[in-house]
Design a protein around this ligand. Sequence first.
Ligand SMILES: Nc1ncnc2c1ncn2[C@@H]1O[C@H](COP(=O)(O)OP(=O)(O)OP(=O)(O)O)[C@@H](O)[C@H]1O
Ligand SMILES: [Mg+2]
Length: 241
Amino acid sequence: MSEAAALQVERVTAGFGPTTILHGVDLSLAAGGRLALIGRNGVGKTTLLKAAMGLADVHEGCIRLFGEDITHLSPRQRALAGLGYVPQTRDIFPSLSVEENLLTGLKGRPRSAIGEAYELFPRLAQRRHNGGGQLSGGEQQMLTVARTLLGQPRVLLLDEPLEGLAPIICQELMRTFDQLARATGVAVLLVEQKVGDALRFSEEAVVLERGQMVHAGRSSELAQRPDLLERYVGVAGQAHA
Ligand SMILES: Nc1ncnc2c1ncn2[C@@H]1O[C@H](COP(=O)(O)OP(=O)(O)OP(=O)(O)O)[C@@H](O)[C@H]1O
Ligand SMILES: [Mg+2]
């Protein structure tokens, strides 16, 4: 049998309470792999990440982390099992300093591990004593990512990390994700509306529409299909942007 996928979503129907958002979604993120999840606003991308993280209700189907069924674990248990989640809303404590924000991500690791975050994002080191709420949008995103990484996830779920950021910061973040994936082998599931960046970063891509998966394949091939990108995301001209 081949190696278990890092994250496997099997025939998942999920939503919030009685509301069903996802219908029978299947996807597989290879160990050490990079998968892009794209689709228009409101199709269920965030809901899928929340279902993986235990923050949405899975009505049917199963979520596996390296082969282990985690469908019924709490979000905290999933985090301890190796799932790292960077939510779409930047998740920082505005009244705490950068360093204090980072301390909340240590999950029992020694304080010295914070150096890893500063190595990855030198800007955070320069602003370590600033309040989280004083950071720019890009810096807040870096802080959210850095704090998640301090938990040493084996699978990283990134929900639109580039949203609202200037192009130069987007490039910096994407370069950092690339270096990180190479250096640590963390598997990455990237939700991103900036389809060009998402497809360049990833090996495989899946497209969601109204809670269903409508396309799955190599990212490099999808990047060459303006017809599909126009139909599913409405961005034919931007795939190479
Ligand atoms: N807590 C909730 N309770 C009920 N419905 C919700 C909840 N959160 C999201 N929804 C609904 O689920 C659908 C999918 O939302 P979701 O946030 O997953 O979309 P998305 O693809 O991430 O969109 P975007 O690109 O705008 O972030 C939307 O119709 C949304 O209104
Ligand atoms: Mg979303």
